[in-house]
Structure formats: C-alpha cells, structure tokens
Design a protein around this ligand. Structure first.
Ligand code: LRH
Length: 474
C-alpha cells in the first residue's frame, strides 16, 4: 500500500513541536517541522498559558507542513493534537476565547483538595474517579476559580481541555476527548462519563463541556480561514489520545503485557496498562491514578515530579555546560550522597530550585550540594530512588507481573539516569523512543485512517518505528 502522511501537534508544558509523519505500511518515520518554547506568563498575580500564542505557533507549523507536503506532491491525511493534562480554556458562545487558561503550576489551588473534601470525603471522590489527589486537577481548579465571580469561567459558555480547545480553534467543533477528560478528576472511569455529583459540587453541568468522544473520533475539518492561511486544504483534525501521557503510553514499543512504563519528561509518570480500573484502599493510600487509555484500557500510574527539577535547576547553575549531554556527564564527578524526595511540595514551583534543594538538604541534615556535578548526581539519584519506591508500591497493587521497564520520552536519552534506574529497580530498562508521545498521536491517526487495527498491531508499528537501548542492572 502507498505511503501516507500525518501531522502530529505535541505540546509539553515547556515546549511544543509539530511533526510530519510518514507511514509506509510497516513503520512510521518522523520529521520535526517546528519546535518552540512556551513559557508560563505571570499576569495579575497568576500564571497563565499563552493560548493564542500556541495557536499561532501551530498555524506556523502547519504552514511549514503544507510547503513540505507540496514539495513532495503529497497531502496530509489528518492532524492530531496532544498536550499536557488538567488545564482548561474557556470560550464564549461565538467561539472566541474568554480569558487565558490558568497554568496548573499557579499556586492559587494550593490546599484546594483539603477544602473541597471538607464537604465530600476524599474516599468518596477517589471511589468515583480513581484519580490521584493533586491540587491542580481540573476538579479543584474549577472549584477554586468558581468561588470568585466575574472571571473567565463564569463569563464563558464552553470549557474545553487544552488539546480540545486548540482543535476547536482550528475546526470550530467542540469536543471533550476521553483520555484528557479522564485526568481531570471529574470523570468516572467505570461509567466513562463526567460525574454529575462532582459537577454539581462545582456548580457546573455536562453541557458546559464539549461532546465526549473517544480517541479516533473525527472532530472536523480545518476552517476555510485556516485552510487558506496554512495552505493545507481540507484536512480533518482527529481526536487522538489528547492527554500527552496517554499518547506516550500508546507509543510504548512493548512486546508483551508484562511491562511497566516510565514516561520521562517534565513529569515522570510510572505505571502499568490494565484492562479495567483498580480502585481500592491501598491505591488510595499510595495515591495512584486511573487515567483512561485507548479502547477502554486504564493507565494505572503515579505522577512523580520528573525532569522539572533538573530543567529548572540547570538554568540557575553558573558554569553549567550548555548541552544536556555534557551536563549529564558531570554525574561521575561528584560523590555526594544527599537525596531529596522529588515530590516534596517545596519543588512544585519555587522561586529558586537550587535554593529549594539546599533548604531541603539542610532541613533533613544532609550535605548541601556545591558544584554543578553535585546537583546532577543528587537529582538523578533522587529520581532513581523515587522510581524504586513507586515501583515497589506498583508491584503490590498490580494484578500482573512486571518484568521490564520501558522508559519513553526525553529522559530516556539520559544514560546515567537509565543505568541508575536499572540498578535500583534490579530490572532491565528499555529506553526509547524519545518521541513516543508523537508516535502515539500518529498511531491513533493511522487507526482512524484504517491503516492499523488494534492496540497490539499499533504496538508492532511502534516497535518497527523505534530504536531502543537496553540497560541491564549492574
Ligand atoms: C505530563 C502531564 C501529566 C499531568 C501533568 C499536568 O505532561 O500531562 O500527565 O499530570 O502533565
């Protein structure tokens, strides 16, 4: 069969990219067409996302895609968008934006879980949603801003998750894609629907959201204005697994079911894929989450604060090598034994990350890092130790045996972290692909285009499309 092209828009919390993918019937090859940073914007004492700016970057990338495709004499079969989870955008009935989306790192939700749960117990909320408690979950964001009057939430017609918001701007069609809705803590994974009682608690009803759709749904075509501006023509936008972590898990090049994954980017998401939700007391106590995946699968996982700490710290370290590889190589030049708990709230968004690390070490009676190498070693060791702890819990909770860890995302390139992780976990670590999120995005588009069938066939394509590196425990 002939080769077909797809466009993946993949937005992480610090940078975004547009990828042109070619499927030859066996494997996907990708080319990055556009990459951009998108910092959080401090406005009026809050942190916001520049959604119009993101939209503009997407249009720029789509234009580049059109030029590239024209030069190849080819057309794109579809476009898919995935982004980080939990945040939402507000729209007026006429399709215009009602204010900027709050960024999940805005501290306005600090303490929101406890406040919300004064009226509905944590057990009840967990029983309904199976979602780990984090103050920034959509439920608590909407609860927090709902208490103030006169803001975008109250003044708007529709509430859309970020991937759906961008698809809406491109097509004029409003949907709520299931995987991104699943991480909001408003959706019930057993019924697969938004929970009426939780919605009532935040004074909202289902009709404020888009129509709930599954990954693979055709949202609509680019609007005539977007077609003209980009030169792309009438290309459909497909609801892929809009939550980036869901797309990343689809892209895991796994040969059998007995694997855990670690999606290693700004966050480290460590978990397994299960056929149905696991909602029990132990999972509640360990604060594990049941997010939705493809075809009713569940991503049973835990959020670990990941490369965020490293990325933030490196911008503050004088004399730090500019290249990540050179920076990581410093690992062996320190022998500091201090470690931090990456999930300590003090690392969520401190004014200075290096200061927060030093304060933590002092508080816990450990040696304070001094050199750049100290920071590198301290951060990597702390992450590997946390992975070990969380994997131990996962093994207690998992209905299946876990014998391999697949690490996907940018962090999989970090050889020291991968080897440390294999050593701590005493398990083989299969690293790669780095762009599994974009791969998962494209795989769902392939299926919507009837070029692959089920998840196991999609994983075969993922294997064909990926080079991995295996780290054995030492
Ligand atoms: C990773 C991620 C994660 C969410 C967080 C807000 O990018 O989507 O799954 O919990 O961002």
């Amino acid at each position: 069969e002939s080769a077909t092209y797809y466009i993946a828009v993949d937005l992480g919390a610090t940078s975004g990219r547009l990828i042109l993918a070619l499927f030859d019937g066996e494997k996907i090859s990708t080319e990055e067409l556009h990459r951009f940073k998108h910092p959080m914007l401090p406005i009026a004492d809050h942190l916001f996302w520049n959604l119009p700016g993101l939209y503009h970057e997407i249009l720029t990338g789509l234009k580049t895609a059109a030029e590239k495709l024209n030069s190849l004499g080819a057309k794109a079969r579809s476009i898919g968008i995935d982004t980080w989870g939990c945040d939402v955008a507000y729209f007026h009935a006429d399709g215009t934006l009602a204010g900027l989306p709050y960024c999940y790192r805005d501290p306005h939700t600090t303490g929101a879980v406890d406040k919300f749960c004064e009226d509905m117990s944590k057990e009840t909320v967990y029983g309904k949603t199976g979602i780990q408690f984090m103050d920034f979950n959509t439920l608590f964001q909407l609860y927090t801003i709902g208490k103030d009057q006169g803001n975008a939430l109250h003044n708007s017609d529709k509430i859309l998750f970020i991937p759906d918001a961008l698809a809406y701007m491109l097509t004029g069609e409003a949907v709520t894609e299931y995987t991104v809705a699943s991480t909001s803590q408003i959706l019930n994974p057993t019924t697969g629907r938004l929970d009426d009682e939780l919605l009532a608690r935040i004074g909202l009803s289902e009709d404020r959201f888009g129509k709930l759709v599954n990954p693979g749904h055709r949202i609509g075509s680019l609007t005539p204005a977007v077609q003209q501006l980009t030169g792309l023509g009438e290309v459909p936008v497909i609801a892929v697994a809009g939550h980036d972590t869901a797309s990343a898990v689809i892209g895991v090049p796994a040969k059998d079911a007995n694997f855990a994954y670690l999606s290693c980017g700004t966050w480290s998401l460590l978990g397994i894929e299960t056929p149905k939700p696991i909602i029990n007391e132990k999972g509640f106590a360990y604060n594990f989450t049941n997010e939705g995946g493809l075809d009713g699968t569940i991503r049973y996982l835990k959020n670990i604060c990941g490369m965020w700490i490293f990325e933030r710290a490196r911008t503050e370290l004088k004399d730090a090598p500019a290249s990540v590889a050179d920076l990581c190589a410093l690992y062996t030049e320190s022998d500091i034994d201090s470690t931090i708990n990456p999930d300590d709230p003090s690392f969520a968004n401190p004014a200075s990350m290096t200061q927060a690390i030093c304060d933590y070490c002092e508080r816990t009676g450990q040696k304070v890092p001094v050199t750049v190498a100290d920071y590198v070693r301290l951060i990597f060791r702390s992450l590997a130790l946390r992975y070990k702890e969380v994997l131990g819990w996962l093994r207690e909770l998992s209905p299946k045996e876990i014998n391999t860890l697949h690490v996907i995302g940018g962090g999989s390139l970090n050889a020291h972290l991968m080897q440390l992780t294999a050593n701590e976990l005493q398990m083989p670590v299969v690293a790669g692909p780095t762009e599994s999120t974009a791969l998962g995005n494209v795989l769902v588009q392939l299926r919507a285009d009837a070029r692959v069938s089920d998840l196991s066939e999609m994983r075969k394509v993922a294997i064909n499309s990926t080079e991995t590196k295996t780290y054995l425990p030492q």
